[in-house]
Design a protein around this ligand. Sequence first.
Ligand code: SF4
Length: 300
Amino acid sequence: MWRIGLDAGFSCPHREGGRGAGGCAFCAPDAGLAAYQHDGRRLVEDLDEQIARGLGFLRNRYGARLFFLYFQAYSCTNLPVAQLAQVYDNAVALFGARAPGTLRGMVVSTRPDCLDRAKAELLSSYTARGMEVWLELGLQSSNDSSLARINRGHGAQAFVDAARVSRGLGLKRACHLILGLPGESKADMLRSAEFAAAQGMEGLKFHDLRLVKGSALARNLPAGEYAPLHPSRLPGLLAEILERLPWEVEILRLSADFPKGHCLDIFPPIEKNQLYTAVERMLAARNSRQGGGIAQRAAR
Ligand code: SF4
């Protein structure tokens, strides 16, 4: 099954003024959307066209037959509940007209402080229609100092609250974490992964920090206050993280993925499949696996 990444017209409360203050330091101008939704550097706006492009790309490239709608760009719960339902329903209907019988679920990505129980219950209502529903919550780090440094606009407690209000509703929840945030040590990153898993997440997504052109981080790089994580550190770091996670937590991503030319890359990024292989090799060399770390073995 494949996700069709969409910009369904949401905004982000953290970029709108008020709480705003300009958004997260790493955030892309288009808030991060799949390459196939870009026409050159222009983002395709029409939702039906986005669905058509996503279907076309995923069918041609991967032979995809079954799909999830992925509400990906900005904060995709950033509307009152009644309007949220209209946006999701509209996308489901547009998809149904283009590819009847092939929708298996939806993925909704958002900030943890943009969720309440009513919104979580709305998402849960789609499971009653036979869909698998994933809620993706951006945490990035469990360290409040790191979150302040990247102007995240919320602390770790907001994530704890979001995990609580979305619990017990039949949703699958995934947490986004960034590796290599300014000022973070390996211990910070390990702690963040354990923290997210301890909140009962069904899935985790790891992104290595990339300097997206137009982001505050990329603009501020010349000030010299940030040294990027070298890609060669990723396999070892990810292997150590995986060892500490419960085996049943689904790992949805191990590295960031941006369209070519969208980032300022100080070091050439490691290719995704090479990274996966390197992590597997690293775990094998350590005679280890996800959930097989020292802490887990000692606890048994
Ligand atoms: S990363 Fe997400 S929460 Fe942060 S500014 Fe961008 S869209 Fe908003």
